[in-house]
Every structure is written in C-alpha cells, then in structure tokens.
Design a protein around this ligand. Structure first.
Ligand code: ATP
Ligand code: MG
Length: 234
C-alpha cells in the first residue's frame, strides 16, 4: 500500500499542495485527474522524492518514505514515468533503458539485467534498440519511457499524462500494456490523466484535484466520467 496523509509541498514560499490524502493498494489502478496547474506533477514528484514535501506523511508498505532519497524509494518499489517522457533524445533506446530511471535505483544496470518483460510488453525496445530516442514518434517514446520505468521491476508505477500528444491508435497500445502490467505483473498504477475516457476505462478508483487539494474521490464504476468532466473543462 502506498499511503499519503496530509502531504504538503511548495515552490519557494508558494504552497502548491495542501494536505493531500491518497492511497494506492497493491495491484490497484488509481487515476488522478485535474486541470492544468493544479499540482498533479508536483504530487507525483513528491511521492518519488524528486520534489521535497513540506509536511505530512508518505508510507510505502508501512515504512515512512517522505524524507527518503529518491533512489531509496526506487529501491523500495516505486517507479515514475515523467510528463513529457523525459528520455534522453541523443541517446539510443537501449541507452535510455540502462541510464534513465534505473539510475535512480542507485546502481548501474547492464544490458543483461533488462528484464525480458520489458521487451515482451514493448517489442520496440528491442526492435529499435539502436535508434536515437529523439527520432522516435511520440507513442514510441512513451513506450520506451514506460519500459524504462519497468527495468527496476517496481511494485508501484506512477505515470504522468502518458497519452499527452499521442495519436489515438497508440493510446490503445499503451492502455493494453498498462493492463498487462497491472494484471499479469500485479504492479499498482497511479495514473495522472486529462484524457477521461482512458482514465475511466483503466482505473478502479479516481481522485480529482483542484488547486492543490483533493476535492472528490470514488470508484470509477460508481461515477460516470461525464460527472467529473466539469473539473477538467473550462
Ligand atoms: N519549477 C516551478 N517553480 C515554481 N512554480 C512551479 C514550478 N513547477 C510548477 N509550478 C507551479 O506549481 C503549480 C502546480 O504545477 P504542476 O506542474 O504540479 O501542475 P499539473 O497539475 O501537473 O499541471 P499540468 O496539467 O499542466 O501538467 C502550478 O501553479 C505551477 O505554475
Ligand atoms: Mg503536470
């Protein structure tokens, strides 16, 4: 279980997160939605240790991690696919798999250590291994970015708007891969999304964020997506 209690965060003197309570159970799929600028990315970065929390608690399987280094959290089973994918465009796909998020685990990864499941889920990681990541399409880059996060074989995968700027046909590929990550690998997923149809078809539960606060939560099966659309629309 990943558990947040009263998490706060700021940029300098400006508070951005105001007492966030949120849980993700083992192998659960949870989505966090909200308009641009409400603090979704800041929250994911606070969970992974890339942004400091100013208050509250974060527990992973009962252990407090809010003050732990990012690599410690990665070793404890957290992985993160950043908004905009965060690949090194001038490096090859394989170099990205070796050098990106796995570096956070605190030790270098060798080619042999890339688990087969990464290639199984995303064959382009093998097929395009020698290509520069910057030359791939947005959808291909997203698959590499998710594959890279899986190199450390996490128990919790945090994804920041994986469908942003990706064509609909590829969104389906990403959705089916995420389903397998969840059901076959039993990895819990916290998905930040603004594409509601995708978020609702994938997630068991949802949280809505507004101006740094969670304002609504529930089961996606109990609430139609259009009932929360107003939180996203203008
Ligand atoms: N590096 C930064 N320095 C100062 N303020 C920042 C910084 N990054 C984000 N902010 C501000 O913090 C708030 C939350 O930003 P955040 O990126 O977490 O929102 P978001 O919900 O992920 O938005 P989006 O949907 O556009 O990705 C916004 O008001 C933003 O302007
Ligand atoms: Mg964001």
């Amino acid at each position: 279980m990943l558990r947040l209690d009263g998490v706060t965060a700021a940029y300098g003197q400006s508070p951005v997160l105001f007492g966030i309570d949120l849980t993700v159970a083992d192998a659960e799929a949870v989505t966090l939605i909200g308009r641009n600028g409400v603090g979704k990315t800041t929250l994911l970065r606070a969970i992974t240790g890339l942004h400091p929390v100013t208050g509250g608690h974060v527990h992973l399987n009962g252990a407090p991690i809010a003050q732990a280094a990012a690599f410690t959290r990665a070793r404890s089973g957290l992985a993160y696919v950043p908004q905009g994918r965060g690949l090194f465009g001038h490096l090859t796909v394989e170099e990205n798999l070796l050098m990106g998020f796995p570096a956070l685990s605190g030790r270098p990864v060798t080619r042999r250590e890339i688990p087969e499941l990464v290639y199984d889920l995303f064959p382009i990681c093998r097929d395009l291994a020698g290509r520069k990541a910057g030359n791939l399409s947005g959808g291909q880059q997203q698959q590499v970015a998710i594959g890279r996060a899986l190199v450390t074989q996490p128990r919790y995968l945090l994804l920041d708007e994986p469908t942003e700027g990706i064509q609909p046909s590829v969104v389906q590929d990403i959705e089916s891969a995420l389903r397998r990550i969840r059901t076959d690998l039993r990895v819990a997923v916290l998905l930040v999304e603004q594409y509601l149809d995708f978020a609702w078809s994938f997630a068991d539960r949802y949280y809505v964020m507004q101006k740094g606060r969670i304002v609504e939560t529930g089961a996606t099966a109990d609430t139609p997506a259009h009932a929360v659309q107003r939180y996203l629309g203008v």
